[in-house]
Ligand binder design. Structure first.
Ligand SMILES: Cc1ncc(COP(=O)(O)O)c(C=O)c1O
Length: 468
């Protein structure tokens, strides 16, 4: 049996290990264009082979990487250009390099004092996000692990600012198209399902300001305490944008905190025409963004922006004797703004790619994605076999086969299966107003016209095969 390997490799070994990993990942990334859009063939057997007891002895890194190679291949290829399902992003490579630097140097950034310059890097990256969204000085951008945690932080902050400790009877409002993580976060923040109001949407899947106003008034009359509205700046289903200015007016008139879930859509503010599309977003009390969606970062990078940055600290700050050496009241660290104490140095994952590429590179990509979605919409709209739901408000196209109701529930999934089985693109489905629908979401920076064209061609050919 091999002996355990020492935990501290010598310099030469550090170099050879790093080279082996570099070769491995470059091989993964440089071949993405030719890889299948998904491959789960025999994944169960491979999965079973990874159920094993804790190893007592060590192995060579090369052998472990080779072991890993097929495990990575057996997956939806979420990094590849054909991934048009759910909400893609792709994973900018520079962010992976940043992660290696952050983890290898392993500095502590949860509070400011132990690594003040690194904490500043992360704070600067958060400030950039505030600037990109048009928020004023005094706003604060906190990096999280994703949109769900950002929405949770927003609800906790709104709860603290509007209800204090008296949360009983607090009610919150959002549309029925809102991402389910909002309801989950509300429950985690202490609000029962009976406090949640999922309001019906208009013909374009948007929250209606008058319905919001009426729901707030009815709850007030019943002695409840409306405190928060969550507006969508791009729903997951169709990319719908709630009427942000009108919803904000209702919130302001009624003293509610206005939060925008812009996890999917917010970064389109950078695209050509994006500020007009997302007009009003810059006025919200808080905004959820997901750099692992619209800034194409690898999974695990979300953001919560709060207009009055101090509100985050009021909602989250606690202290303890054992942190007295590193507690500086004048400079609140990330641990004072969120549930986390120890955390990764995620700021570098945002800072490095933006410094390396410049924000203009991201703007171009986002502009292209809007155009590609509009192109796909027009193509599908002109094909009588498809019922296209709504012109894309952002980069999602939702559609279904024009088939009799009794057949549509069977033919829709069959169309999805056939298109995905070609392995050039990967789409996903949803239900709109209770009916099965397919959706195509263009958001990976690796997705360009050729791949969207492939998706449309596959949809048309398979629709013809199914419907005649
Ligand atoms: C609009 C919206 N909000 C929130 C989320 C949840 O984000 P995350 O998966 O990063 O937790 C998503 C994810 O797709 C989303 O599309």
């Amino acid at each position: 049996m091999n002996p355990p390997r020492p935990l501290e490799p010598k310099r030469a070994e550090l170099e050879s290990m790093t080279r082996a990993v570099a070769d491995f990942v470059v091989d993964q990334v440089a071949t993405l264009d030719g890889q299948p859009s998904f491959d789960l063939d025999d994944a169960d057997a491979l999965r079973a082979s990874f159920r094993e007891p804790t190893p007592q002895a060590g192995s060579s890194l090369e052998s472990l990487l080779e072991h890993l190679r097929p495990a990575i291949a057996k997956s939806y290829n979420t990094a590849g250009p054909g991934y048009l399902a759910y909400v893609p992003g792709g994973g900018v490579y520079a962010a992976a390099l940043a992660e290696l630097v952050a983890a290898a140097t392993n500095r502590y950034v949860g509070v400011t004092q132990p690594a003040p310059v690194l904490a500043q890097i992360e704070e600067t990256a958060g400030r950039w996000l505030c600037d990109l969204m048009g928020l004023p000085d005094g706003a604060r951008g906190l990096l999280t692990s994703g949109g769900s945690l950002s929405n949770f932080g927003a609800i906790v902050t709104a709860r603290h600012e509007r209800l204090g400790e008296a949360i009983q009877g607090g009610t919150l409002y959002f549309s029925e198209e809102t991402h389910h993580c909002v309801a989950k976060a509300a429950r985690l923040a202490g609000f029962p399902r009976s406090a949640l109001r999922a309001l019906p949407t208009d013909g374009r899947f948007r929250l209606q300001a008058d319905a919001l106003e009426a729901a707030i008034a009815a709850d007030r009359a019943a002695g409840l305490h409306p405190f928060l509205v969550v507006a969508n700046a791009g729903t997951t289903n169709t990319g719908a944008i709630d009427p942000l200015p009108e919803v904000l007016d209702v919130a302001r008139a009624n003293g509610l905190w206005a939060h925008a879930d812009a996890a999917y859509g917010g970064f389109f503010r950078l695209a050509e025409g994006g500020e007009a599309i997302l007009r009003g977003l810059e006025e919200y009390d808080s905004i959820t963004l997901d750099p692992h969606k619209g800034l194409f970062m690898p999974y695990g990078l979300g953001a919560l922006l709060v207009r009055d940055g101090a509100a985050l600290a009021r909602a989250h700050h606690e202290s303890a004797d054992y942190v007295q050496d590193v507690t500086d009241e004048g400079s609140l660290g990330f641990a004072d703004l969120s549930p986390e104490l120890s955390r990764d140095f995620r700021g570098l994952r945002l800072w490095l790619p933006i410094k390396l590429h410049g924000i203009g590179a991201f703007r171009e990509q986002l502009t292209e994605k809007l155009a590609l979605a509009r192109w796909a919409y027009e193509e599908l709209r002109q094909d009588e076999r498809f019922e296209v739901m709504d012109p894309p408000q952002l980069s999602v196209v939702a559609f279904r086969l024009r088939a009799p109701a009794y057949a549509a529930e069977r033919l829709g999934p069959e169309l999805l299966r056939r298109v995905n089985d070609r392995r050039r693109v990967f789409l996903s489905s949803t239900r709109l107003r209770g009916r099965y629908a397919l959706r195509l979401c263009v958001l990976s920076f690796r997705t360009h016209e050729d791949r969207v064209r492939d998706a449309v061609t596959a949809l048309r050919e398979e629709a013809r095969a199914l419907l005649g």
